[in-house]
Structure formats: C-alpha cells, structure tokens
Ligand binder design. Structure first.
Ligand SMILES: *Cc1c(COP(=O)(O)O)cnc(C)c1O
Length: 395
C-alpha cells in the first residue's frame, strides 16, 4: 500500500516521473538533482525566499470567503487569491524560488521557454529583479499571437528568441531551450514553469508552489478553527498551481482533491486538452506521465481557449493522483469556462484568468454539503484574457 502521494527517492510518483533525458543533458540534471534539496531547505535560503514572497510578490495572499457564490451554491466557498500576486498569477512563486537557486549554483544566465508568454514574463521579471541575463524561447506563431507579453518581456530586459521549427509553438520553443542548455551547462540555469519535465523539476516546482497550501492551512485555522478543507479545487495545465494547494494535504484523506482539465470544444472533437480522458502513458519533456498521443506515439496538438491549459500532458504527481484515484478529475469545456469568467466577475467582483474560470465551473458538476469547506485556487487574474472575453461576449 502506498502511504504517500509525494515523490519517492528515485524521483517517481508511483509509476510516473523519473528523468528520461538524452545523455547530453545528464550533467545539467545531475547537478540539480544532487544539490536542490540541501540548497532550498537551508535556513538562509528559506529566509531570502520568504522575504521576497512577502515584500516583492505580496504574500500571504488572502483566503477570501466568497459570500455570494457560497449562498447560491449552499456551501462554504473560499478563494485563495493567487490573482493578487505580483504579475497576476501564481507562476511568480516558482520563478522566485528558481532564480535564488540559480544564484546559489553560481549561474550567470537564465533560459526559459514560454507558450502564451505568462511563464516568460514571470521569468523575465525575476531576472530583472536580480540583474541576471535572460533568454526566452518562444514559438514564432506564439510571438505573433501574444504580442503584449512579448512587449512585457522586452521591457523587462529579456531577449526573446523565436523558435522557427515544427509548428512554431511551445514544444518547438522547448526543444530550442533544451539545445541551448546542452550547449551551456556550466553558466546557465533553465527555469521550467510547471511541475513537469525530468526529476527533480516536478518536485522542486511543487515545493516552491507549496507556499500556497501552507498558507491555506494557517488561514483556515483562524477562519474555521481547523487546518484543512473538505475540498481543494484547481485547474490543471501542467499542474503547478494545483500541486501548490494540494501539497500539505496529499496524505490527509479527509481532504478531497479535485483537478480540472480543459475539455476545449469537447473531448472527442479533436480540439481538447483533457489529458486524463484522452491520454495514455508515455514520455514527454523527460518525464513518464499521461499524455495525448497518436497510436504510433506522436504527441497530438492540444487545444483550449485558455493558453495556460493548452498542454498535451500533465505533471507526474497528477498522473499518479489520477491513476490511484486520490484525485478526482473533471473536464470543463470552453463555453462553461467563459461563462464562469463572467459569473465570478458579476457575483464577486473578481475577473479571473480563463484558466482559473475552468476550476469554478465544477460548481455546476458537483454537489457540496452546506457545511463543507470548499477552497478554490484563484490562480490568476483575467487582464491578460480581456481580448478573448471581448470577442466571446461581444463586450
Ligand atoms: C499558467 C497558468 C495556469 C496553468 O499552469 P499550472 O502549472 O497548471 O498551474 C493556470 N492558471 C493561470 C492563471 C496560469 O497563468
């Protein structure tokens, strides 16, 4: 019997995880694997990390009791306000952690890949904060689609390099970043933006994001006089905001874990990112997990109206939560998510990111008891999605 849903000593969550990498990347990954735990658990590190989270990111973020939707759904709904973090989402928690780690490792240069540009902006932000050179790889197609984020990265001093191969999107940008890292193993750190990639990235990113869950524990204690909720609900792209809220509660079976995936235009429409419905076991970005693939193992293009959930895999922690039944997985389509973007705006005065809106849509799919404490991770704010909301609702 498995007693922990966390990582084992070989970097696996049950059957998933590990480091399936080309020989040429071995040195880079080994250095991280050997050093990350001792470096990031050091007192001097946690002190610096906590101070930046407090004074630069704006933590702790509030745990807000959402009165009107609680009344409407006849239960007790709390929102963990990651949308109030500097740069507008949880992603900054991880990039702050990794830039500090990079400094401790003596790295002089940061690289990252980005799809919609959110992780690129969070990375460029912390590089500006520390005065470290920053190179962001981004698909040529994405550069055209996401021009405001490209402008932000440039304002923050980053160099944005277009990936011109393949479909000119995220996976091609990832390939370019990996190539760069292999060429520059000594002076460069690669900041991955979610709980994906080879071990130790999923565990390292989950640890940095776990601040969200530990804050919830403290906050519930004073708000509800107990330090755990009945339900934790989060959207899952790669899975980092979800891993962050689940982390301290993984082994507490009283806490129900709910992961929300993007169904896109429908699971069988050919336009979907519902990985657990459509995916099979395989290897993506150096990690064994569930991913969407064709019969002969080619990764299929995912689709979601929200760029942050538009990923063909999920992190190995989540694949294990799915396979063991510890987590419940629900998929929400584009229209439901968009409606909840509007719902949350008019009923609580909070315009969520479209990724985040997917999570709230489970309120129309699940029944909760009157006394249940239901915590949603409000992973990001909707400013970046305004054009999509305008087009959809003809605002
Ligand atoms: C990037 C992003 C996500 C998805 O990434 P995870 O790693 O699954 O958390 C979700 N919400 C927002 C607001 C994002 O920017």
């Amino acid at each position: 019997m498995k007693t922990s849903y966390n990582i084992d000593k070989n970097g696996f969550y049950g059957d998933f995880g590990g480091a399936f990498i080309p020989e040429m990347m071995h040195a880079n990954i080994e250095e991280l694997r050997k050093k990350y735990v001792s470096l990031i658990t050091r007192k001097s590190f946690t002190k610096e990390f906590d101070e930046l989270l407090k004074n630069y990111v704006g933590r702790p973020t509030p745990l807000y009791f959402a009165k009107r939707i609680s009344e409407k759904y006849n239960t007790r709904i709390y929102l963990k306000r990651e949308d109030l973090c500097h740069t507008g989402a949880h992603k900054i928690n991880n990039t702050i952690g990794q830039i500090l780690l990079a400094q401790k490792l003596g790295k002089k240069r940061i690289i990252a890949e980005t799809g919609a540009g959110q992780h690129g902006v969070a990375t460029a932000t912390v590089c500006a904060l520390m005065g470290i050179e920053c190179v962001i790889y981004m698909g040529e197609v994405d550069i055209k689609r996401q021009s405001p984020n490209v402008a932000r990265m440039k304002m923050l001093g980053a160099e944005v390099i277009p990936a011109k191969s393949g479909s000119k999107t995220l996976k091609d940008a990832t390939n370019e970043a990996i190539r760069d890292w292999i060429k520059n193993p000594v002076d460069t750190h690669y900041i991955i933006g979610s709980v994906v990639g080879p071990h130790p990235y999923p565990d390292m990113v989950a640890r940095f994001q776990s601040v969200i869950g530990f804050e919830i524990k403290d906050q519930l204690k004073s708000l509800e006089n107990r330090d755990y909720p009945d339900y934790l609900i989060a959207c899952v792209g790669g899975g980092s905001n979800a891993a962050g809220i689940f982390y301290p509660f993984l082994d507490n079976k009283k806490v129900n874990i709910v992961c929300v995936e993007a169904e896109g235009k429908g699971v069988n429409s050919g336009y979907s990112a519902a990985t657990t419905s459509l995916g099979k076991e395989g290897i993506i970005h150096g990690s064994k997990t569930l991913l969407m693939q064709s019969k002969d193992g080619q990764i299929t293009e995912p689709y979601s109206i929200s760029a942050g959930l538009d990923y063909p895999g999920i992190g190995p922690m989540h694949a294990n939560l799915y396979k063991t039944g510890r987590g419940k997985f629900i998929s929400i389509n584009d229209n439901e998510a968009m409606d909840w973007g509007l719902n949350l705006s008019v009923s609580e005065g909070i315009i969520p990111a479209i990724e985040t809106a997917h999570a709230f849509a489970v309120l129309d799919h699940m029944k909760f008891k009157k006394d249940d404490i239901v915590v949603f991770n409000c992973s990001g704010r909707g400013d970046k999605d305004l054009d999509t909301y305008i087009d959809f609702f003809k605002l």
